[in-house]
Design a protein around this ligand. Structure first.
Ligand code: ADP
Ligand code: MG
Length: 216
């Protein structure tokens, strides 16, 4: 049995064409099914649905042989024990620092002020500000980061941005582009040794089907 860990939504939807290239079709729709284990047209391949941030953990501990996860999640997890053969170029977005339009971020940085930053991505944020030499107090949140500056709890946020519409709707503007983000295929290293042929077949089919956007 080959088990692939996916998270519902963007990652699931954008992985479907890659699975199709590998001859794999998921037989149930995660948006309507309550099942957490979805069968496929191949009796020896199944999909497990887990929280996006749990995908690396499932693959690390062998709950799944492979998984698809954002680079953001992978960096926060640390990636220990995971073989990362492919950038799938799906779920493309970027990590950014954003601040209220009336907060002079550049001035605060110039003056060496301590900035309060709310984020779910503490490892990425800590690394970015440390390299820049900016003093920050990080506040860990699990969602709706945009709210933190609006309530006065933080000066800025570190969050994923794709269109920028959410930032704009909350009177926030991007002040730093931290890194481009896309989803990666991750593989359990022991599983790769034990089930080399079927896992290689999936990796190769995915590699052949990846569409690299022109901007990348
Ligand atoms: P959750 O809400 O469980 O944290 P999401 O479904 O929002 O997870 O995001 C899953 C992954 O999709 C993220 O880890 C990231 O890599 C990617 N992602 C998140 N937001 C966007 C976006 N706006 N555009 C493209 N990809 C995104
Ligand atoms: Mg989400």
């Amino acid at each position: 049995m080959i088990t692939l860990a996916l998270s519902k939504g963007r990652i699931f939807d954008e992985t479907l064409p890659l699975l199709k290239a590998a001859g794999i079709e998921v037989l149930e729709d995660p948006e309507t099914s309550r099942k957490l284990i979805l069968p496929t047209n191949q009796p020896d391949v199944r999909v497990v649905l887990v929280r996006a941030s749990d995908v690396p953990t499932y693959v690390e501990y062998g709950g799944a042989d492979l998984g698809v996860t954002g680079k953001d999640v992978l960096i926060e997890h640390g990636g220990a024990g995971l073989y990362q053969p492919l950038d799938l170029h799906i779920a493309q977005c970027h990590m950014a620092v954003a601040a209220p339009t009336d907060f002079d971020y550049q001035k605060a940085v110039r003056q060496g002020s301590r900035i309060r930053v709310a984020t779910k991505y503490t490892t990425i944020a800590r690394g970015f500000f440390a390299e820049k030499g900016v003093h920050v107090d990080l506040i860990k949140l699990y969602g709706s980061m945009e709210l933190a500056p609006l309530t006065g709890m933080a000066d800025a946020i570190v969050d994923l941005v794709s269109t920028g519409k959410t930032l704009k709707a909350n009177n926030l503007a991007e002040v730093e582009h931290i890194m481009d983000i896309s989803a990666r295929l991750v593989v359990n290293q022991a599983a790769l040794k034990l089930k080399t042929a079927p896992i290689r077949r999936i990796i190769d089919a995915f590699a052949g089907a990846v569409q690299v956007p022109e901007s990348a």
